[in-house]
Design a protein around this ligand. Structure first.
Ligand code: SAH
Ligand code: SF4
Ligand code: F3S
Length: 491
């Protein structure tokens, strides 16, 4: 690769990359960072594959449906690539993310049009992989024959951390940014592919997180969401400490990190996701009581309300632990809203087990939730268990659970009608003249407004509740503030 500063190769070449993101917020973060890695090579973002020179599919392996989608998309891209080649140009196809990690070489065998397969911990090496892919294409052309499977592969979990090799984030969308602080997972829930697709748990050093957060705030972020598949297991190297890996240095907890972030001027909102009920340590619960920037909303997946199922899932806690945790959080922060994830039809789940889940939901009351039918994932312990549940039973249980959760979400939204709350505006609503934003409880709120409001906080009176959103009106003089505290708007 040539130095972009000399402008000899790439800078003036105006190339375009289209990145399609599947899966969780960690992938959204990674897609943005891939764009940052590619920018110095001359790649600008494209809105669609048709106008792109490079297409990256950033994939998700969590359920069967998610990973199968990738292959149908690859079929379409193969046709596009063939068309380009007939016209004398090319389309480079890269598969990144969790399917890349899980299936590696198999992807290239199933779809030989794929040029690059790169795992979620290795994408900082994209420039090198692109150069290798270009050499492989040249060699194939020189051969005069199509050699299938000439794609390049990087699915190592490299010894170096990608975070030490990524450029500073360059863009903030609508005042809100993600910062990945915890990679991988060591929990090995028996249904889940994440420990295999993203590797062992790794906490990014606090200094690196704080640097990125400060850069994002300087670039216009007023809300930061800290990310990890297990974000509250965070134990990153403390600033000024070293030798943590050797057991000699000191570390920060997530709560300590949140308190440091709360000192950044202009950062009005802090969120984190996804947290595990086992890692809600006392200092983190306490932070919900006394860090005003920490939003009163917590995504705390419980998966099931049955002790038997929780044990078979290897979740490491029972229903009472979850109940007590919710009580403690509500004692310390009475307006905290809870969201969760549920799986129905895990192997061995009986009617009684499912009733336990329904009862837990009734007892706790959730402001929102995601629920899924159990999907049998190759290589996970759950896939080999006896007592796989019939599809028709999964469908019926999911419908019952979603109906209850939907009712709770509507009730929660209704309970906020009449309140005056800060809303961070993210973009245009569906109807002309409508703007859409998020309340402290992550509800979608729409008001009449204009594009100047995007990326800013404004005080909104909530007027009416819908199942998935609220209607409101700007409560101040109509002019949103550039930043502000979570409970008011500062000029
Ligand atoms: N780290 C988070 C969740 C990661 S995956 C946690 O520990 O809770 C996001 C959600 O997908 C999970 O909470 C779970 O509800 C769902 N999920 C994961 N594997 C699944 C599978 N095999 N079948 C169905 N849903 C699954
Ligand atoms: Fe998957 Fe469990 Fe890890 Fe969450 S905690 S990522 S569900 S293994
Ligand atoms: Fe999917 Fe990987 Fe996220 S499997 S949910 S993209 S960590």
């Amino acid at each position: 690769m040539k130095d972009v500063r000399t402008g000899t190769q790439s800078q003036w070449q105006r190339k375009r990359v289209f990145i399609r993101t599947y899966g969780c917020q960690m992938n959204v973060y990674d897609s943005d960072r891939m764009a940052d890695v590619l920018r110095p090579l001359g790649y600008a973002l494209s809105e669609n594959p048709e106008q792109a020179d490079l297409v990256v599919l950033n994939t998700c392996h969590i359920r069967e449906k998610a990973s199968e989608k990738v292959y149908s998309e690859l079929g379409r891209l193969r046709d596009l690539k063939a068309e380009r080649r007939r016209g004398g140009s090319d389309l480079v196809i890269a598969v990144a993310g969790c399917v890349a990690q899980a299936e590696g070489e198999e992807i290239i065998q199933r779809q030989p049009a794929v040029d690059i397969v790169v795992g979620p911990q290795a994408y900082h090496r994209l420039p090198e992989l692109l150069a290798r892919a270009a050499r492989a294409t040249d060699a194939r052309r020189a051969d005069g024959r199509r050699r299938p499977g000439a794609g390049v592969l990087d699915t190592e979990f490299p010894a170096e951390s990608k975070f030490d090799h990524l450029p500073a984030p360059s863009d903030v969308r609508a005042g809100s940014a993600f910062v990945s602080i915890q990679e991988g997972c060591d929990k090995f829930c028996t249904f889940c592919v994440v420990p295999y697709t993203r590797g062992a748990e790794y906490s990014r050093p606090a200094t690196s997180v704080l640097q990125e957060a400060r850069a994002l705030v300087a670039a216009g972020a007023i809300e930061i969401t800290l990310l990890g598949q297990n974000v509250n297991a965070y134990h990153g190297e403390a600033p000024g400490s070293s030798n943590v890996g050797l057991g000699a240095g000191s570390t920060w907890t997530l709560a300590r990190l949140i308190r440091a972030l709360a000192e950044i001027d202009g950062l009005a909102r802090i969120r984190y996701t996804t947290s595990h009920p086992r890692d809600m340590f006392d200092d983190l619960v306490a932070a919900h009581g006394d860090v005003p920037q920490l939003m009163p909303y917590l995504h705390l997946p419980v998966q099931s309300g049955s002790d038997r199922v929780l044990e078979a899932m290897n979740r490491g806690h029972g229903r009472n632990h979850f109940r007590r945790l919710v009580d403690r959080l509500r004692d310390i922060r009475p307006d905290i809203a809870l969201s969760s994830d549920f799986i129905v039809g895990f192997p061995g789940e009986s009617d009684v087990d499912f009733d336990d889940t329904m009862r837990l939901v009734e007892e706790v009351g959730f402001a929102s939730a995601f629920s899924f039918k159990y999907s049998r994932r190759p290589g996970t312990p759950g896939a080999a268990l006896d007592g796989q549940v019939a599809e028709s039973i999964k469908t019926a249980r999911l419908a019952a659970l979603q109906s209850l959760l939907g009712r709770q979400q509507r009730d929660f939204n209704t309970s906020k009608v009449g309140a005056t709350v800060p809303v961070l505006f993210a973009g245009a609503g569906r109807k002309p003249g409508q703007m859409l934003g998020k309340s402290p409880w992550l509800q979608s709120v729409f008001v009449e407004g204009n594009a100047d409001m995007i990326g800013r906080l404004a005080t909104v009176r909530l007027l009416a509740a819908h199942p998935l959103s609220l209607a409101g009106e700007i409560a101040t003089d109509g002019l949103p503030a550039r930043a502000g505290g979570p409970f008011g708007v500062a000029a």
